[in-house]
Design a protein around this ligand. Structure first.
Ligand code: ADP
Length: 322
């Protein structure tokens, strides 16, 4: 039998587009005649009974805003056997027979634990990092990349005026996807990602010198968060090339802002898909994007998939940036 009463929460790091997913879950559930609760501050809301029944209007006018109207949190208390049991008890008390968790890998591990405690859960990938193995796309990724691109365009203006090199660190945790794509989109001379080892002399200094010999006078180097050491790298570049170099860490600016059309539409489709699974009595799944299709996988299977980095695109980016 399918779910009749569900809850939705956002957990872990926030991402632009989470509101569109939340809205889609609420509106889809109500349109199927289900009862739906919005849970505040991730799993903490389940632990402390901080949840509210939603109406069609509860999710009005939020889709265009970054962040999450449900708020989010990291919940160490939930990450214990007692915490999981307490959250499951809240679900039983409110007769919640399905939970949609919008978040990253960590949040999906929590969802798997809650499934094991008897509450069917569906995960929706929401993180700017695009670091979830089972899906080609995570909600927030497009907005974050576009923000990073715009910021680097601005940095390029001043970098060009001063004949400098700007080394820009973008987010992504252990995943180099934001760096790879923004590196291509901003014409970076070098892009460093954690997935591919680099040789400082060959991949940075020699490339800059070869470009300098053809008349290039300013340079952008994009560094993924997972590579880090951006300040040291910058100082070393200046020392080895003689080109004045500056470091910029973009940081949380990439997590905010109005979501792009792509993030809103993918989030809306994923939200609907999650509810459709629960209403058909299917739990313990993660919604994912495969090509342009919305699909779903078993949570445990999804969590054990290896992440694949697009090395072909990385090689192409190196060819274009000289
Ligand atoms: P993200 O979902 O963005 O990867 P976190 O890793 O911070 O973010 O996880 C968010 C929350 O999910 C944690 O605070 C915790 O409540 C829960 N969680 C994370 N890892 C686990 C785990 N291994 N087992 C159970 N719950 C987890």
């Amino acid at each position: 039998m399918g779910s009749k009463c569900i809850a939705v929460l956002t957990s872990g790091g926030d991402a632009p587009g989470m509101n569109a997913a939340f809205r889609a879950v609420v509106r889809s559930a109500l349109s199927f005649g289900m009862k739906v609760y919005g849970v505040k501050r991730g799993y903490n809301g389940l632990l402390h009974g901080d949840l509210e029944e939603m109406s069609m209007r509860s999710v009005s006018n939020i889709m265009q805003h970054g962040g999450t109207a449900l708020f989010t949190a990291r919940s160490p208390e939930f990450n214990t056997p007692e915490g999981v049991q307490k959250a499951a008890a809240t679900c039983r008390e409110k007769q919640i027979d399905g939970v949609v968790v919008i978040g990253g890998d960590g949040s999906f591990r929590g969802a798997r634990d809650l499934c094991e405690a008897g509450v069917p859960c569906i995960g929706i990938p929401g993180t700017i990092d695009n670091d979830i193995a089972c899906t080609d796309y995570t909600i927030g990724y497009d907005t974050a990349m576009n923000t990073a691109m715009e910021m680097i365009d601005r940095i390029r203006d001043t970098t060009e005026s001063h004949d400098r090199c700007s080394v820009v660190e973008v987010m992504g945790r252990h995943c180099g996807d934001i760096a790879l794509n923004t590196g291509i989109a901003t014409g970076a001379i070098a892009t460093l990602v954690p997935e591919v080892p680099f040789d400082f002399q060959k991949d940075i200094v020699d490339r800059m010198k070869a470009a300098q010999a053809t008349g290039k006078k300013h340079y952008i180097v994009v560094v993924a968060e997972g590579v880090g050491h951006t300040q040291e790298l910058t100082e070393r570049i200046q020392k080895e090339t003689g080109i004045e170099s500056r470091a910029t860490v973009l940081g949380h600016v990439q997590r905010g802002g109005s979501p792009t059309l792509r993030d809103r539409v993918v989030a809306s489709r994923m939200g609907y898909h999650a509810v459709d699974l629960l209403r058909n009595g299917i739990g313990n799944r993660v919604v994912a994007m495969k090509g342009e299709d919305i699909v779903d996988y078993d949570i445990t299977e999804a969590l054990s998939m290896p992440r694949v980095f697009d090395e072909t695109l990385y090689r192409i980016s190196a060819k274009l940036s000289i």
